[in-house]
Ligand binder design. Structure first.
Ligand code: AMP
Ligand code: MG
Length: 268
């Protein structure tokens, strides 16, 4: 998934903790093989139509829900546009208007149809997925679940800016988490926290700073985007909502959040 995963486990049996961590990382690798667009052989890069793994189904259902509720601000079919931006970051050259138009024409969440009864997927030919805005949050949830099942509920999984936490560390009220854009700490347990922003991944072209998060309406990386941190019951929700809130104007973002009780956002 193009990021570093970090796991913290509290317990009093080091060998068992190590085994639990190994199992959690094995689960992470399994998800990487399904959901990463960096791997040509991943499930999402080979998908055409029909039945998919339980993991891909779970992530697609949530991705489509957030796409619908955000009017497409969050959209996992933006693969062609995101690829143009990866290229722009490498070459430090803006994609041409024609390239952007073509990439946008190949994107759009309506290209994916989920048949809930048959549990099958149909996608328009040429669709390219990019789960970069949702897969890490889901992976953090799932790796945390493995640690809990193995008797280590006091654990944390951080996949870059997407973090899932279990029970509080011994003697503490919660895990102290400091998003990189603020000096304030959050104290959290049994939830997920995701931060989106361009503090790490951006490119400067012609004096403008563009984020790795793209605006589907323009096909360009976001400019002047401010960071946002979302706290939600699960990373599967926190991760895509943080990405969506980065794209949406503040008021539309606040409107989107109201549809998700138990979720809150912190921003500068
Ligand atoms: P995040 O760091 O979770 O905000 O996700 C950013 C990543 O999601 C980017 O690196 C792209 O891979 C992908 N992405 C970029 N723009 C969007 C968007 N508008 N909707 C969904 N995914 C996006
Ligand atoms: Mg995200």
């Amino acid at each position: 998934m193009g990021t570093l995963f970090r796991v913290v486990v509290h317990g009093d049996d080091a060998a068992a903790a190590q085994q639990a961590m190994d199992a959690a990382f094995a689960r992470g690798r399994e998800l990487d093989a399904r959901l990463s667009d960096y791997r040509p052989d991943s499930e999402i890069n080979r998908l055409t139509h029909g039945r998919v793994s339980d993991d891909l189904w779970t992530v697609l259902v949530m991705a489509q829900r957030i796409a619908r509720e955000s009017n497409g601000a969050f959209d996992v079919t933006l693969g062609p546009v995101v690829r143009l931006w990866r290229e722009a970051r490498r070459t430090r050259r803006l994609p041409s208007e024609a390239e952007r138009t073509r990439a946008r024409a190949q994107s759009g969440w309506q290209r994916v149809r989920l048949d809930e009864a048959a549990r099958t997927v149909a996608i328009d030919p040429g669709t390219r997925f990019d789960f970069g805005g949702i897969a890490k949050g889901y992976a953090a949830d799932e790796m945390l679940a493995v640690l809990r099942e193995r008797g280590f509920p006091r654990s944390l999984v951080a996949a870059g800016g997407d973090i899932a936490v279990g029970d509080a560390p011994p003697g503490q009220l919660g895990w102290r988490i400091k998003p990189d854009w603020t000096n304030e700490q959050l104290t959290l347990k049994n939830c997920a926290v995701s931060t989106s922003g361009d503090s790490e991944q951006w490119v400067e072209i012609g004096g403008e700073r563009y984020s790795h998060i793209v605006d589907p309406r323009t096909g360009l990386g976001l400019r002047n985007s401010s960071p946002v941190t979302v706290i939600a019951p699960r990373g599967l929700l926190a991760d895509p909502l943080a990405t969506a809130l980065s794209v949406l104007p503040r008021e539309e973002g606040a409107h989107l959040l109201r549809r998700f009780p138990g979720v809150r956002a912190v921003r500068p």
